[in-house]
Ligand binder design. Sequence first.
Ligand code: HAS
Ligand code: CU
Length: 870
Amino acid sequence: MSISIPANPENAGRGETSGDEYVRRELDPSNTDNLLEHPVQDEALRREWNDPEPTLVGRLSALQNDTIGKRLIYTAFGFFVLGGINALLMRVQLARAENTFLSPDAYNQFFTMHGSTMMFLFAVPILEGFAIMLLPFLLGNREMPFPRLGVFSFWVFLFGGLLFYASFLFDAVPQNGWFAYVPLSGPRYSPGIAMAFWLLALGVAEVSAIAAGIEIIISILNMRAPGMSLARMPLFAWAMLVTAFSILFAFTPLFVVSMLMELDRHFGTQFFNTEAGGNPLLWQHLFWIFGHPEVYIQFIPATGFISMIVPVFARRPIVGYPLIVIAIVATGFISFGLWAHHMFTVGLPTVAMTFFTAASTMIAIPAGIQVFAWITTIMRGRPRWNTPMLFVAGFLVIFVLGGITGVMVASVPFDSQVHDSYFVVAHFHYVLIGGVTFPLFAAFYYWLPKWNARMLDERLGKIHFWLMFIGFNVTFFPMHIVGMLGMPRRVYTYPAGIGWEPYNLISTIGAFMIAASVAIFIFNLVKSTYAGPPIGDNPWEADSLEWNTSSPPLPHNFSVLPVVHSRHPLWEQKELHQGDERTERLVQALGRWPTTWRAAMVTSTLEARPLEIFRVAGPSIWPFISAVGLIIIFGSEIWSLRWLAGIGALIFLGSLVGWHWPTKVSTSEADEQAFAREHGILVRSSGSRTVARNGMILTLLVFGVGLASLFFSYFYIRLDNPVWPPAGFETPEWLLPVIGLALWGLSLIPSTLAIRAIHEDRQAALRSNLLISLLLAAAGTGLLTYVLLTKNYTVSDHAYASLFILIEGFLVLLMLGGVGINLFVQFFARRGEYSSSRYIAVENNGLYFTVIAVFGLITLAVLYGAPYLT
Ligand code: HAS
Ligand code: CU
């Protein structure tokens, strides 16, 4: 066999064999060398994987998981400090009765900014940052599946956060709380642009969370080291898997409900307006359908940190691994059935209250299982009390106290006494600071030294811990009492002489202790970055794979990918690269070839068997530009500048094309096939089929959850209106929409034939089938658009009209997206980009069309069928 491979000039004189030469030798049947003795192409890998030079464009294009992870962590930490400053200002105001330090308006602004910052701009992004930084290492791979999506997610988050805080510049700071209840937040009582900042800036941050969620799921399901079956996966990965799914299922309804409010405020819809058939409680339901899982979205990753750190410092494997996994998964599920415990006082039916109380107390079981597993591990081990472990201990104490008050407020009679009082404030700070922020600091002290290659100071760490632990309890314990004494939350002041002053003063003093402790941490971080002692590879003698890399880690993470046989590879495996012969040769080979594109491995979901070697995307400026486009769309909407939003949309769509533009690789298809044959694995320099397909499935899942949230709204409003369609509206005419959808359905035939054609490399058939599919789909979309535009009512006539037009409009948008995808694929099909080994885009096109057909069917059934249900 002859394959033409250009020699790699960079390797001349280094004594390294070039990767290509390696492939050639390997495939030479007369070769009897022992392949494992060839040097690994460390330098070439490092060059290929490194982020671009730190010029401006280089920085904007950088996409390594360490870079993006750290950026997310530090940016989110910056927002934590801002949120903390808001809190201090509030505490100063509350230190005395009848204080006038802050005006009522200013107080409302600070508590809104505080809550929203901590919930949207700190906790979720920082946890996702840790996930992106850690997962490829923990799982023993080289990258996240969609590095560019990670870049996009970071910039979108940063811009969203900045836009949110820009409200200070325009003297339009939101003041309706992090929950933004209507009607207070609606067009009537909150005219002006302050609420628009809240809705639109945070809307962008939601997009960022969803984007990161998608890539976290895929990396955990399909990008683990060979041999790392689900049962051997680090618990942090389990926690992030459940969290990332929860993000998709929770942030999507939040995004939908924020858009409903935006539509009510700026486009005259009536979703929340009782006078026109809407219902303000719809906001509360959708908000808490997000809001309750949201607290577990923060808590579950934090338990993941704890489960990683406890065994290392207790110096023994964790007790009850399978039970912990079950507990994590159960928490994820149950957390979606609790939302109405935030609404016990709005007047729910008794049966609903009983259900939500039962579900809320039930969630104490998985929490308890984990708590007992950690305590047992510590008791059975030989614990070392370094700073990370101190924060774990602090977490255990505080979280259990917060959990217990949680169970207390889960009981309706108790909650009706303390709802909206400081008791609830005490509860959720015990769980949010104790349950999330303490574990986060443990993670900082535990992992950051690895990435900064410098140890944090232990003595300062301990001072930080004790000051924070004491300060925390000083701040929040008195709130239980003052809450029981009747002090309501969200008030800017309180009368003197009813016994609330001492508690409030103590709380304020405690708040400054917490602030001082955080200042010590920041000082420690800065100091250690410049003057900390350098650390070895594994300073804590830990068991998981990230500690097997250098400090700071290589850009490609591992030169030779690890092979895993144990839950604690660094404790129980003498050798990290040994496996069955095939796997061993494969991981070794990947240290040598390819060196001209970024190759990562796809493994099977259950057993982590190697399936594909694929190219992950390299640095690109386009994701940054997409983020700019998106923020222009949302930002200009604040001032209703529709033309500017249009420009933003053009930038966004244009950048998507640049982002996904295929690039050539210097290895030939023949090399790839030779490597594939040699190692019995698929080699896909145009991207992984598994990753691309799962990416598409998850994207469609997000659209599906969005649609489901709209259906929830539809039926909620429908049950509220005795006559449906309401008086003045006719039963909708179904013939035209059904024909439209049928045309779309017909387009599935050619789009499926297109897939078959490309599998067999029939280019002409591919092109013609794509074209026919486009024509049918466009006709169907056109017909539905026509139906939409010729309605004899407008969105502002009634909530029914708002829902009908929005839901059908959403379907049309999804269909237009399909037309766009088809055009994109068609364009590249005409350029001869696809072949029997490069066909993923064509398959994904078919998948999208099929799922949208199903969505369409359900949508029409709801819109045109529901009126017949009485
Ligand atoms: Fe919560 C309000 C109930 C956990 C965060 N929670 C909030 C808010 C936030 C928040 C931010 O049912 C306020 C939102 C706002 O702005 O209004 N919460 C619970 C329950 C649990 C719980 C049952 N919460 C969390 C976690 C959070 C968090 C975790 C963030 C990270 N929470 C509520 C309710 C409200 C609420 C009501 C609304 C109140 C209102 O009026 O507005 C559970 O997950 C806690 C389970 C954990 C434990 C500790 C470990 C378990 C062990 C086992 C033995 C314990 C047993 C219980 C058997 C329980 C050790 C014994 C019970 C006794 C009473 C002794
Ligand atoms: Cu809740």
